[in-house]
Design a protein around this ligand. Structure first.
Ligand code: DON
Length: 580
């Protein structure tokens, strides 16, 4: 077995995290006990549960629930707060997906606020003079940004399903930006590790360094005056406060510095969309997940369909047999992804086929229960140097029967690294999720085809998979993750851990994970899979590689009597589950 990366640092800082949690969350402003956990057991509550990747975002969203707001109000509040407290992935300069379940209306719906290609985008825009895709252009330049969707998506979520105003949802974020918050070790380390990306331009230095040019260190107070003003313009003028006027002009001025493509017209024309989630079943549960332009939901359902006929529970959690079968099913899904998936507003995606039980049966028939298949021999690139885990997911459940699973991103850690001068926020590098050239992998080693080629106004293919599992018509499990291609497999395994292996939600989140994405032909594992299991897998023909941790699931399970259990992922030192 190859072992490439040592234990993730977040595990080392667990003690510090526990102290922070205790510090932040003992008693709420109104004196009601807030229940939070140490991430070895799930947090249990009856009236509301919030799980995000940042304690402060969890806190402000929980406060909304406590004041009588619903899960959608809390989700938007958390989303804006994360844009302030976790700039590496929380954002207003990117996009994402929000899945909303209403038990009362018996309805699960999805808001697609994925970024779009600007009108000036062209199929070959990332090809260099040699005809090959230039990753610097698609990942770290002004043309790497799609038109941001987050602000419009959040506004639509509130308008359709919320009870508070956009201004109310922004108030905690504005306060956090204006008054500042205490810098965590994770924040400080993150900026230092990406300084090359962030300090290419003055606006990045202004945002991420102290006025004296020094780094923010743990314990410092981090204030973002420009971002506070940007958020206030949204609070005052709604979506127009972002997509038109001063902020829009600042985005366009930033574009002009680097031949960027986003115009005032692109911004004004951006519209989020209400989508029908993809739907499937697994061992008596109903699975709802994100449909195109995400590939995630379709492939989670496809893999579950393939695995459903195997006695996974009896084969054992993370046993060699279970891992083998799961990896083989993953290969089939990712092979399909490379050919068929794209924005269904532009291309016909065979979603029905991919998620059908019959199709799964035909793929299952190709799986050898004892030997690994060899992935097709397409030359993969080298995604490793661009790996990051910086999308962010949060899950929220309220006492009214609503559940929200939201995943949003600026793609890489700190996106393109380009801060909009004067506006104080980072732009995404989501254009890299298109296939720059058929057969050339993106930053996550994912190969795309014609279906995901660049076209003006098209949404780039995503793996983000906010998912809600229902049992007997009731919200049962809310989940989702960052991790690029690993989002799909990470979310899948938490579902399996709960349904097949009866793990509580915290144990399901904590358990070591595996990943196979067809190409490269390697079975990736996290630390914690036993060595004899690895040897059995190698004996079956798998190339097993242990790498750094995958994903960061923030999940909630609700039992039949309405008790909510929150599981925050220990792979993120700031993540926090709190309920009341
Ligand atoms: O939409 C996608 O699939 C990617 N842009 C997500 C990126 C991500 O998860 C970053 N973390 N690894």
């Amino acid at each position: 077995m190859k072992k490439t990366v040592s234990q993730p640092s977040c595990f080392k800082s667990k003690t510090l995290f526990v102290l922070l949690i205790i510090l932040f969350s003992a008693v709420s402003a109104q004196g009601q006990a807030i229940l939070s956990g140490d991430r070895s057991v799930p947090v249990e509550a009856k009236n509301g549960m919030v799980v995000t990747s940042h304690t402060l975002a969890t806190e402000v969203a929980l406060e909304v629930l406590k004041k009588g707001g619903n899960a959608i109000d809390a989700a938007v509040t958390a989303g804006f707060a994360l844009a302030v407290t976790q700039p590496r992935s929380g954002n207003i300069g990117g996009g994402g997906f929000m899945l909303i379940s209403s038990q009362e209306k018996k309805d699960v719906t999805a808001i697609d606020y994925r970024e779009k290609a600007p009108a000036g985008a062209t199929k070959d825009m990332f090809l260099g003079a040699d005809g090959n895709a230039d990753p610097t252009l698609s990942r770290f330049s002004h043309i790497s940004s799609g038109v941001p969707g987050t602000v419009a998506g959040f506004a639509l979520a509130l308008e359709k399903y919320g009870t508070i105003s956009l201004a109310e949802s922004l108030a905690p974020a504005i306060e956090l930006a204006e008054k500042g918050f205490v810098v965590t070790p994770r924040f400080s380390k993150g900026v230092k590790s990406k300084q090359k990306r962030l300090f290419k331009f003055e606006a990045g230095k202004k945002k991420f360094l102290k006025p004296d040019g020094k780094f923010y260190e743990p314990g410092d107070i981090y204030i973002q005056a420009d971002l506070a003003e940007t958020l206030k313009r949204i609070a005052q003028n709604g979506t127009k406060g972002f997509y038109e006027g001063k902020t829009a002009e600042m985005i366009v001025a930033e574009m002009k510095k680097g031949s960027g493509l986003i115009t005032l017209d692109d911004l004004k024309a951006y519209q989020p969309k209400i989508r029908k989630p993809v739907q499937g079943t697994y061992r008596g549960h109903d699975i709802y997940s994100m449909s195109t332009p995400s590939s995630g939901g379709a492939h989670i359902i496809q893999i579950l369909n393939i695995l459903e006929k195997y006695p996974i529970g009896n084969l054992g959690h993370n046993s060699a047999k279970t891992i083998h079968l799961t990896a083989e099913a993953m290969k089939h899904a990712f092979a399909d992804r490379s050919k068929y998936l794209g924005d269904s507003d532009f291309v016909k995606v065979p979603l029905k086929g991919i998620t059908s039980k019959k199709y799964a049966a035909s793929q299952r028939a190709e799986i050898d229960p004892d030997f690994a298949s060899i992935s097709r021999n397409i030359l993969p690139g080298d995604p490793v140097s661009f790996e990051s885990n910086e999308t962010t997911h949060f899950s929220i459940v309220d006492k009214f029967g609503n559940a929200v699973a939201n995943t949003y991103t600026i793609n890489f850690s700190y996106g393109s690294g380009i801060v909009v001068e004067g506006a104080g926020f980072l732009l995404n590098n989501e254009m890299d999720d298109f296939s720059a050239k058929p057969g050339t992998p993106n930053g996550y080693g994912l190969i795309g085809g014609e279906a995901n080629k660049i076209e003006p106004h098209k949404r780039m293919l995503s793996s983000m998979s906010p998912t809600i599992v229902m049992k007997g018509g009731k919200n049962f499990l809310v989940a989702g993750s960052p991790g690029g291609s690993r989002i799909i497999t990470t979310t899948l395994q938490v579902i399996m851990n709960v349904i097949d292996h009866n793990l509580n939600v915290q144990a399901a989140v904590n358990a070591p994970r595996i990943h196979h994405q067809w190409l490269p032909d390697e079975l990736r594992i996290e630390e914690g899979i036993s060595l004899d299991t690895v040897r059995l897998l190698e004996g079956m023909g798998h190339t097993v590689t242990e790498k750094s941790s995958m994903g960061a699931i923030q999940s909630i399970m609700v039992t039949a009597d309405g008790t909510m259990f929150g599981g925050a992922d220990p792979r993120r030192s700031t993540s926090a589950a709190m309920g009341f």
